[in-house]
Structures are given as C-alpha cells and as structure tokens.
Design a protein around this ligand. Structure first.
Ligand SMILES: [Zn+2]
Ligand SMILES: [Zn+2]
Length: 759
C-alpha cells in the first residue's frame, strides 16, 4: 500500500478572478503537498498528492477557507495514482471546450487597497485604479472566458516589472489579479472640458474645485458615466435637472463614508451592511427629519421621504469624495431615459451639453452596467434594480432545467435570463426596450452572456404581448422551441424561483399592465399558480383606461374612470376641467378605452384624486408619491367588496377597487388630511388582498401566498399586506434576489419553460 495519496479535484462556481488559484497554491504549500492548479472553462482543476492526512486536510480547507469573493457550487473529487509531482505549481489556463466558468461581479475597493491608496509611502498612493484579487472591476471589463488579462479591457496594458513581480508571486495579494496595475504601467486619469481638451493640474483636485463652484462633472465609473454635482448646491442640482431633462425623478447621492451618510439618513445595522457590502448598491433610506435642509438641496429628491444613498466603490470615488469632504449627487450619465453612456467618444457627444468637465480614464468599459438599487425592509431586502455588483452572478435554482433556456423578459426595466442546469443568469438591468440603443444593448448582451457562459438555449420563453420588442426578438430566433408565458404567471413564477419554491401557491400579481389572454389588460390578479401553469381565480374589477396610454401618463383620467360623474365638485375635476367631461364621455363610450384590472391604475386614481399627482414624468410616479405621502401611523382601513355575483359559472371573483376610490373621495370631501386618506387606502388594498386570499384558501386549500409585480415595490403596501397575510396564518413568499417589478420577469419565464420541459 502506497503512503501517498493523489486526487483530482474539480471546483465549479465563482472561482475565477477571485484569487482561487493563489489560495489553492498557498494551501497546498502549507500542507506540503505537490501537484498543480489551473483554470479551465468549467472552473478550477486541481491535481494534488501527498500524505493521506495532508490531502484530507486540503479537501476540508478547500471549501472551509475559500476566498471571500468565491462561491463554490460543486466540488468533484476523483482518486488516482500519484504522478510524482515535485512541488506545487499554477499551470496556464486551458481555453478549450465549452465555457462553463463563472465571472464575478464588479467589487468595491477593499480595505487593504484603501490603506495603500492613502499611504504616501506606497507606490500606488492616490492611484485611482488600484485593485487586487479581492476587489476591482470584473464583469464590466471581461470580453471572454477563461477570465485572464488578455480577455479583459486591460489587455493593452503591459505590466511593469514591479506589477509583474507581484502578479507572479504566490505570496502577494495581487498574485494573478488580472486587472492589477500601477501609476507606471496602468490607465491614467484626465480631466477634460466639454470639447475634450485636457485641463491642467491634478484631475481629482480640479474636479473637486469645479464641483465646489457649482459645475456639473461627468465621471467615468465602473459600468458607465455618471454626472456629479455637489448635493447641497440647489442651483447646481437644478441646472443638472434642466440639462438632463429629468424633471422630478429623484437623484442618488454618494457620501464619503457611513459617518457622512448618517448625517443624511436613518441608517440601522442592516442598512449599514448594505451600504458597505461589496456590491455597493444605491440603498433607499429614510431621510433624517432633523437634517438641516442645507445638507441636501431640495431638488435632489423633491417629493420623497427617502433618499437613494451609496458609498464610494471605486478608488476614484474615494479620492474625489475625500477631496470634497461633502456628498455629491451621482446620477447616470444620460439624457432623460436613454441608456447610460459608457464609451468615451459617445459620452463626450451625448453629455457634452450637460457636463462642464469630464473626469475620464483610458480603461475601456466592455459592458454597460447601471448602479443597483435596493431597499432594506423589516429584516429583509428588496432588490429594485439588479445590476452592477450583482450581475452576472447566477442564482441557484431548486431543480435543474433539462435543456438550456433563454427568458426574454418584458418591455420596461428589461432583463433576460439564461438558464442552464440549476444556474439562472439573470442579466443586469437593461432598461426600456422601446429605446433603440437599449434594444441594441439587449441583443448584444444576450450574445455576450451566451459566449461567456457557454449556453446555447434550446427553449426561448417570452411574454404573450405580441408587440413587446422582447417578444419579437424571441420569435426571430430560429431552430429553437418558443414558449409563451403570460405576464402575471411569469411574475408569480419569478417569485417561486426566487424562493426555491415549486408551488402551487396563491399568486397575487399586482402591477401596471400586462397582456391578458382574454384580450384585456391585466394587472390586479389572483392566480392559482405553480411553475408549469396557472388559473385566474380573481382580479380587481375592470375599469376603462380613457385614452389608452394617455391614461398612464395622466393619472387624473383614471380618477374620472373610477368615479364617473357621481362625485360632483371634485378638485381633480376642477383642475382638469377642460378635458374632464370629454374623458368621462370617452370612458362611458368605451372608445379608445381598453378595460384593465390594473392595480397600478388604481393607485394612480387615488394619487390624482388627492391632488398628489395629476400627470407623471416617470413611470410609477403617482403611486410612488402616494406612498411617500401616506401617514404610516394611520390604522383606518377602507373596505372593498369582493363579489362573485353573476359568476354562476364559478369564474373569477372580483375585488371592487372602486369602493376604495369612493371611500377616499368621501373622506376628502369631509376634509380629512390626504396623508390620512393615503394611509387608509394602503391599508384597504392590503386588507382586500388578505380577505381574497382567505377566501381562496377555503376554495383551494392552498396556504402559501406569493406576492409579485411592480406594485409590491411599494414598501408600505408590502409591509401591511405581509402583516395581514401572516396574521391570517399564511406562509408568504416575497422577492429576495430579483426585483418584484418587470426586471424579474425573465427569471419567471425561464423557470416556467424549464418546468414545462420537465413535465
Ligand atoms: Zn483590493
Ligand atoms: Zn505597474
């Protein structure tokens, strides 16, 4: 019997670009083992041999002590005959075969790098591109796999001797850090004016001076350009709004650190953990009531009790914020709803009329990625936009897909999802597909993900709406099976997949609009659903949308549709007196007034009724501002009738949303504060959902409820609904890893296609 043992170990998961090979190398050396480690297209392959005890300890420590950024999905161990390796080496990558390795998300600058950044004695002192195996750009600079420097946008930078030495030294924390660089060999920072002419002096200090003087500075970040102004400077913020053609949608703010952030918002431990997480998303937080108005200009977030706050995630952000010593507005570099600019020449063209100066560098961005947005709740997090810092890391699903699937998503807040085995690669947020640039980015990103992860979809899932560009894109693909998935079924399936739950559940899908198979617009749906199918058990009562899409942009039209002319003397009618009678007539006639059961339109109707928002400048604005105005201490509840009358066929029951609007109108006429009315309305919707679910439990025996759809981005509604459902004894599924809005639809579509493929 030999005294030596040899094993071949294959590790799958996020194990490339996260310091895994150096970790294996030092582990093997510490245990006196021989062999080699290399990246291959499936992950990391290790051959290791030595004493039995050493090999056993190696296998234990491999998973126990794996690097912070790694995520091991599977370890396969095969025993073999010792090959007589002397010493342990890191072998070159094997780029052959189908690609299965994972690419990690971009990661905020780590503490070790920050220490060097601030250390005058360090050769990377104040170098804006400092990074290491634990931090820095990843997904946004990757062109292909395996993840190695030649397949990133750092390919053109030859390492200087010092960087090369660190890169090849297994004991160094930059050992095989692909984007590593220094002032001698790496990218450079420049400050340019709007015509592209270099401005002299230190770029960071000059940019800070310009910001202090009220100027707009474009800053090239990880996934694209941002536009910055000093957050306390009302004139500068108003200027930025005007030039960007962004009238009211709140801007995000970047603070230098938690101390500075705490001066602006209420930050508990959960919020602090999110703010300082390696993903560094924008975190929606309650503003401090005692904050002097001077700290954040009124135009930053005009109607909100909340502020979107983030902390620096690149060395450049850290340098700039330290220099300024006060928070900045940092908003996506685009005009209105266009995609964020990420290519230098394009940025100069598109942002030239907005920014007074450009803080730029010559490390190219390969994939445009927006900032992610999250909201901490009572113990849980809701992801509202999943992008930088999260994508393209896959979500693990409960059951594997028999064949690879592409889910094409919807139209707004679009994403796609590639599903392979148990891994769901939900793309970063791509935006509104009605925009040509976004559509192009969408198609290119699908190709990029397919190549990166080596997935060739055999099933393509899409929405039933024939005019969505995502549906058209799906139907253009040949040689694959097409799977149509109803919009609200996809929402509920997304919530099931998000929670690793197969269903069946009572699915409550409340959103703006989605194509219903009966030809009407759905959006306030109660479904019996699992991953393969659904049945519509109930919905909000249908109302006409007078003028179709015009009713989305002008919520007051929905007030008219709900109240008709049986509430004379309404302020909302007086404010819109010129068109009110015509809109009433339009609604009554049914001409150009499609019927909808949309929950979003119900919220719109109440928002306009209360004088909060008659017309909107961005999607969901009326409902968002209604929530922001609501008195959260209000416990009163409006009642909505739940009726099955006229449904002797056992068809879906109907929740009379109009009852809630009429109750609100009565209270308004009685002089009740709109904030109180908004509170009672939210409570009323939550109560109607809960009562409907209780009735459905009696009819179906189902005891779990899944909540999905954009309306559940409303934190107050979500909280009140969950409270009532739990009190009624339900198990409640909420979104965790993907957004409740249409950004989660692609995951749901893919999960449905896979489940149907299994059955
Ligand atoms: Zn680092
Ligand atoms: Zn260097």
């Amino acid at each position: 019997m030999t005294t030596l043992k040899r094993v071949d170990v294959h590790v799958e998961g996020i194990v490339q670009g996260v310091g895994f090979r150096p970790f294996v190398y030092s582990l093997a050396n510490r245990l006196g083992l021989a062999g080699r480690v290399r990246n291959d297209v499936n992950g990391v392959h290790i051959e290791v041999e030595g004493a039995h005890a050493g090999v056993a300890e190696f296998l234990t420590a491999l998973e126990r002590d794996a690097p912070a950024l790694s995520e091991i999905e599977r370890v396969t161990v095969v025993s073999g005959e010792p090959a007589g390796h002397s010493g342990f080496t890191i072998a070159t990558s094997d780029p052959s075969g189908p690609h299965r390795a994972l690419v990690s998300a971009d990661t905020a600058t780590c503490d070790d790098c920050l220490r060097e950044l601030a250390d005058p004695a360090d050769r990377r002192h104040r170098y804006p591109f400092i990074n290491c195996t634990n931090c820095g750009p990843r997904f946004t600079i990757v062109r292909g796999v395996p993840y190695d420097r030649p397949r990133t946008t750092m390919a053109g930078y030859g390492m200087c001797d010092d960087c090369a030495r660190e890169y090849h030294d297994p004991g160094d924390r930059r050992f095989h850090a692909q984007p590593t660089c220094c002032p001698a060999c790496g990218p450079r920072l420049r400050l340019r004016d709007a015509r592209g002419v270099d401005l002299c002096g230190d770029p960071v200090s000059c940019a800070a001076t310009l910001l202090r003087a009220g100027r707009v500075v474009a800053v090239k970040g990880l996934g694209g350009y941002h536009l910055a102004v000093t957050a306390s400077d009302e004139r500068a913020v108003a200027t930025l709004r005007g030039r960007k053609h962004r009238e009211e949608k709140p801007f995000a703010v970047m603070a230098a650190d938690l101390t500075q952030a705490r001066r602006l918002c209420e930050i508990d431990d959960a919020a602090a953990a999110l703010l300082t997480s390696r993903a560094r998303p924008i975190v929606l937080l309650p503003r401090r009531r005692d904050t002097p108005a001077a700290r954040v200009a009124p135009s930053v977030a005009p109607a909100g009790r909340h502020l979107g706050l983030m902390l620096p995630y690149t060395p450049l952000h850290h340098l700039l914020l330290a220099e300024l010593a006060e928070p900045i507005v940092l908003t996506s570099g685009n005009v209105s709803d266009e995609p964020i600019a990420y290519e230098d020449a394009d940025a100069l063209t598109r942002l030239g009329g907005i920014a007074d100066a450009f803080l730029v560098h010559d490390r190219a961005i390969h994939t445009r990625t927006d900032d992610s947005v999250v909201r901490p709740g009572s113990g849980e997090v809701t992801v509202l936009r999943r992008a930088r810092g999260y994508a393209p890391e896959p979500l693990a699903l409960r059951r594997p897909a028999p064949r690879p699937v592409l889910g094409c998503g919807a139209a707004l807040k679009s994403t796609f999802c590639l599903l392979h085995g148990r891994r769901a690669f939900v793309s970063h947020h791509l935006g509104d597909l009605e925009n040509y640039d976004t559509l192009r980015a969408y198609a290119e990103s699908i190709d990029h993900y397919r190549d990166l992860f080596g997935i060739r979809p055999e099933l393509i899932a899409h929405d039933l709406h024939p005019d969505y560009l995502s549906t058209r894109h799906a139907l253009q693909q040949t040689g694959v099976e097409h799977v149509g998935v109803q919009h609200h079924h996809a929402h509920i399936a997304s919530c099931l997949a998000d929670n690793g739950d197969p269903g069946p559940v009572i699915g409550v899908a409340f959103d703006g609009l989605g194509h219903g198979p009966d030809g009407t617009l759905w959006g306030g749906e109660f479904l019996r659903a699992d991953l393969t199918g659904y049945e519509r058990l109930g919905h909000l009562a249908q109302v006409p949308m007078p003028g179709g899409a015009a009713a989305i942009r002008q919520p007051w039209r929905m007030t008219a549709a709900y109240l008709r002319d049986d509430r004379p003397g309404l302020d909302v009618a007086a404010r819109n007196a010129e068109r009110w009678p015509a809109v009433l007539q339009l609604a009554a006639s049914g001409l150009n007034s499609p019927l909808t059961s949309s929950a979003g339109r119900l919220f719109d109707a109440v928002s306009a009724l209360l004088g909060i928002r008659d017309t909107i400048t961005y999607e969901g604005q009326a409902a968002i501002e209604l929530e922001q105005r609501a008195d959260t201490s209000e416990t009163g509840v409006y009642a909505a009738a739940i009726t099955t009358s006229g449904r002797s066929d056992g068809g879906p029951f109907v929740v009379e949303g109009g009852d809630l609007v009429r109750a609100a109108a009565d209270d308004l006429a009685a002089g009740i504060d709109p904030a109180v009315i908004a509170g009672r309305f939210h409570n009323g919707v939550a109560a109607a959902i809960s009562r409907s679910c209780v009735a459905l439990r009696q009819a179906t025996g189902l005891t779990a409820v899944a909540l999905s759809g954009g309306v559940f981005q409303n934190a107050l509604l979500l909280e009140r609904t969950v409270q009532r459902l739990r009190a009624a004894g339900f198990r409640v599924l909420k979104h965790v890893r993907v957004p409740p809005n249409d950004g989660g639809i692609s995951l749901g579509q893919a999960a449905v296609a896979a489940a149907r493929d299994r059955s």
